[in-house]
Ligand binder design. Structure first.
Ligand SMILES: [Zn+2]
Length: 558
């Protein structure tokens, strides 16, 4: 985008230069007035080439009208007439208010035909229309419930009423009481396409497994003491680790003499946890999941939320990276999909050459092949138990975007190896982690090209399913990841929040049927959208971009 902007600016300057050469009036003028004042866009209406170029954007109206015509003809004969003239001309010769409203209605109909749900509405059966009526009634009732909920007190005692479009963490408990939520839980969802394998389930599942592990230890970066009014309990970063005896560094987290990363058996931590702070489970779960003030605080930023997110990920990692937890977690996740009426899922585990999955005694490392085998074995076991109830599971090979080019090359090669070994399991390749921290996709183009060539030679297809556009930036390398996802032929993109600001890339993505894995709650908590109703998803849908809705990291978002 940067280069195309600067190109048009350059062309603009050349054009003005041309005009100055041929227009003696301008030439004289430029001697007495500073040069930059001589070439505003409207300076020379007689310049046909210039004015034609300035009007070019409005040609998109004709393109949209052609789509409206085709759609109105096709699924069901919607009564749409193409306006014969633009609104400005029409308004000038309107006889009365009735004519104004007729014109208005026609314009609105055009807008409706272009909307993403037009085909659904037009093709809906009688039963579907009836179901929609029920949903609308439930929605009205739910909205009343929001209005009746206790008001929240803000600055200077101002009372703030509740509403459905408020922040997720603000509304979470209310949402669970709503009829629409109950219906939504039971509705068939089809596919869940964007879910990180280390953060899909409630943390209590992993904490309960950890409690039964003899070799599970807990560490902190600071001592947890009562002397500071328990502030250290809130500030500390806690981690869990499965450790063999030789890797223990015994210490007491509740003593002022505790040193960073000393280890304490988890079972002992539970026994000695101060009773004044309430149940130990509540404390630990409260550290893993985002709290309302943590995500929505007025000083919080997208980067600050990511810092918190990374700390929570490190805490989750130890609760998850040993064989028993990994196996039970896989089973519980499949059950969770069924409970949420999801039929098919593509999960994103992180694969690294320095892998950190341990045997339960902490003595043996399980490599990436071992991780694949555990997931496949547990899936088969689950399917046997449930008589093949679940529709299907695939794996998206993920590796951190913060890795070096060599590490990414290793990951791409291993992804190809896995695809050849387990062709029905590997669904694609992705790079994960905070986009704004550098390592844009363009940095790995040589590796991507080599990978594509190897895949062609091996006659296998592994689509790129890149995280990109998970940013509010505009015109930076981070933002340009959308461009590289398009150029490298991505089949779907994770998030695409920034896509609405890039009409040309958006048009290409629509043309190539690239689908967005939108994660609205994640985007709100990680600071991209202030509130759900400000999410770019609505703009993307209005532009008829293919979107799916996903959870991303449900564990941490409560
Ligand atoms: Zn993600």
């Amino acid at each position: 985008m940067g280069s195309s902007c600067s190109r048009s600016e350059k062309e603009g300057h050349d054009h003005v230069g041309e005009a100055l050469k041929t227009n003696p009036l301008e030439k004289t003028h430029s001697k007495i007035v500073k040069r930059h004042q001589t070439y505003p866009h409207t300076a020379r209406p007689a310049d046909a080439f210039h004015s034609k170029r300035m009007e070019t954007p409005y040609d998109t109206v004709a393109a949209l009208d052609a789509i409206v015509d085709a759609r109105a003809r096709n699924p069901a004969k919607a009564d749409v007439k193409r306006p014969e003239e633009d609104g400005k001309t029409a308004f000038g010769r309107m006889k009365d208010v009735a004519e104004y409203y007729a014109h208005r209605e026609e314009l609105q109909r055009h807008e409706d035909v272009l909307s993403f749900d037009f085909r659904c509405k037009m093709k809906a059966s009688q039963r579907e229309r009836h179901a929609n009526l029920i949903l609308q009634k439930l929605r009205t009732r739910d909205e009343q419930r929001y209005r009746e909920a206790p008001k929240r007190i803000g600055y200077g005692g101002q009372e703030h009423g509740c509403f459905a479009g408020d922040r997720f963490l603000t509304n979470r408990t209310l949402i669970e009481q709503m009829d629409l939520f109950r219906v939504a839980r039971r509705l068939p969802k089809g596919a869940h396409l964007h879910i990180h394998f280390n953060a899909c389930l409630l943390p209590s599942v992993l904490l309960n497994i950890a409690k039964g592990m003899d070799r599970m230890f807990i560490t902190s970066n600071i001592p947890l003491v009562a002397a500071d009014d328990y502030i250290s309990f809130r500030r500390c970063e806690i981690q869990f680790k499965i450790l063999s005896e030789e890797n223990e560094k015994p210490g007491n987290l509740f003593s002022a003499a505790y040193e960073k990363d000393q280890t304490m058996p988890f079972q002992e931590f539970i026994r000695r946890f101060p009773q004044e702070l309430g149940p130990v489970d509540d404390y630990l779960i409260g550290k893993v999941v985002f709290q309302e003030g943590e995500a929505n605080g007025s000083l919080q930023t997208a980067h600050g939320a990511w810092e918190k997110f990374n700390g929570k990920t490190r805490m989750m990692k130890g609760l998850f990276n040993y064989e028993t937890a990994y196996r039970r977690y896989t089973q519980a996740l499949l059950q969770d999909f069924i409970d949420d009426n999801i039929q098919y899922a593509e999960i994103r585990p992180n694969f690294m050459d320095t892998n950190q999955l341990w045997s339960d005694d902490g003595k043996r490392r399980i490599n990436n092949e071992g991780i694949m085998e555990i997931i496949m074995q547990e899936y088969d076991r689950f399917q046997k138990k449930t008589h093949g109830y679940f529709g299907g599971l695939k794996i998206i090979y993920c590796t951190p975007r913060s890795f070096s080019n060599d590490q990414v090359r290793f990951a791409l090669d291993q992804c190809l190896e896995f695809k050849q070994r387990w062709p029905t399991w590997i669904a694609g390749f992705d790079l994960v982690g905070e986009e704004g921290m550098g390592s844009p996709l363009k940095q790995f183009v040589p590796e991507f090209l080599a990978f594509r060539k190897k895949c062609e030679e091996a006659d296998v297809s592994i689509p790129f399913l890149f995280h990109c556009g998970e940013t509010q930036e505009w015109g930076t390398d981070t933002d340009a990841n959308l461009l590289d996802a398009l150029l490298t032929g991505a089949k779907r993109i994770g998030h695409g929040f920034a896509l609405a600001a890039h009409p040309y890339i958006m048009a290409h993505m629509k043309k190539q049927n690239i689908c967005l894995e939108v994660c609205p709650i994640s985007n709100e908590i990680l600071g991209l959208a202030n509130r759900m109703m400000g999410h770019t998803m609505y703009s993307l849908l209005a532009n008829d971009v293919h979107c799916t809705v996903n959870s991303d990291n449900g564990t941490m978002f409560q």
